[in-house]
Design a protein around this ligand. Structure first.
Ligand code: NAD
Ligand code: UDP
Length: 319
């Protein structure tokens, strides 16, 4: 059945791909964004579509709309972006959740929260299972994001318990692909931009820390699957369990792009998690989902996209 669907943060890296898929499925899609970390050109190709609307709005403020589903993605996601104005990051997570949950309650809409593997902090449990409560430094430089997302999860389950709002929570692990902001400071975008420009590739620490990288198409399929199924509210881990060291990632980017860039080593940022890998048993069980795209093919598609853009067209976060 076709629905009216609100996507907050819909002009961002993941939000714009989600809008693409939902618009192509025929739904009426409202993309809401304040363009803090995104470019309008992520969604300009959708502007002529009769089932797509774009609203410039900040989720920290209430909004009145009539919708059937809400995907709440609005929040800066890269460390450099969410640390730019940490108080605003926390407000976006917490007040954004309150405003969107209030909207969902009034409209009787189903609402999905884009949570994060960062709720596990620097994990002592490996791979991370949803029942693990995490190891987050509440006063560190990542806390505005991690604790904001944790508070948002609390709000989601309390709106469900107290007000019967039909919520879904997905904990997204590192996801990459076309439309990443080339200067967001995330490892995949940094390495690809550096490799294509022939610049040094900046490894923070000794490169032995690990991440598990999920391609954006797999991610979008999983979150739509979570929204569409009945009865399972999450939280559910969504990510690709393939685990790689940051040094291995650098080698792959160099090899696939045919770059002659050299590796340089810089200090590891504070509270940088040492290991990260999702246990996706719950996603397999409830969503019948597994990621299909391996790191090599995902990197190849992402590198091909980076070759088509002019990085100088991308601006830093704009308040
Ligand atoms: P992104 O920065 O490209 O997208 C976030 C979008 O939210 C941007 O378009 C930005 O302008 C918008 N936004 C930020 N603050 C806002 C506000 N106050 N009001 C309205 N819009 C606002 O990042 P992304 O990677 O696409 O992440 C999307 C969501 O997924 C985020 O909630 C993020 O926390 C979550 N997530 C992403 C990853 C990942 O690896 N990409 C991992 C875990 C969680
Ligand atoms: N990283 C790196 N070089 C870079 C950017 C990041 O070595 O140019 C490291 C970073 O320290 C972290 C990992 O890559 O250990 C992933 O960083 P990212 O910011 O992409 O995501 P997150 O730390 O939020 O998982």
């Amino acid at each position: 059945m076709l629905k009216r669907i609100l996507v907050t943060g819909g002009a961002g890296f993941l939000g714009s791909h989600l809008c693409d898929v939902l618009v192509n499925q025929g739904h009426d899609v409202i993309c809401l964004d304040n363009f803090f970390t995104s470019q309008k050109n992520n969604v300009t190709h959708l502007l002529g579509r009769t089932n797509f609307e774009l609203i410039r709005h900040d989720v920290t403020l209430p909004i009145f709309l009539e919708v059937d589903q809400i995907y709440n993605l609005a929040c800066p996601a890269a460390p450099g972006h969410y640390q730019y104005n940490p108080i605003k990051t926390m407000k976006t997570s917490v007040m954004g959740a309150i405003n969107m949950l209030g909207l969902a309650k009034r409209c009787h809409a189903r609402i999905l929260q884009a949570s994060t593997s960062e709720v596990y902090g620097d994990p002592e449990v490996h791979p991370q299972v949803e029942s693990y409560r995490g190891s987050v430094n509440p006063i560190g430089p990542r806390a505005c994001y991690d604790e904001g997302k944790r508070a948002a999860e609390t709000l989601f389950v309390d709106y469900q318990r107290s007000n019967n709002v039909d919520v879904r929570i997905v904990r997204i692990f590192n996801t990459y692909g076309p439309r990443m902001h080339p200067f967001d400071g995330r490892v995949v975008s940094n390495f690809i931009r550096q490799a294509l420009a022939g610049e040094d590739i900046t490894i923070f620490g000794d490169g032995s820390q690990t991440r598990s990288f999920c391609y954006r198409d797999d991610l979008v399929a999983a979150i739509i699957g979570m929204m569409e199924q009945d009865g399972f509210h999450g939280p559910v881990n969504i990510g690709n369990p393939g685990e790689f060291t940051i040094a291995e990632l650098a080698e792959k980017v160099i090899q696939i792009s045919g770059s002659s860039s050299k590796l340089v080593y810089q200090p590891l940022p504070a509270d940088d998690p040492t290991r990260r890998q999702p246990d996706i048993s719950l996603a397999i069980k409830h969503l019948d989902w597994t990621p299909k795209i391996d790191l090599e093919s995902g990197l190849k598609q992402t590198i091909d996209w980076f070759k088509t853009i002019k990085v100088e067209d991308y601006r830093p976060p704009t308040p």
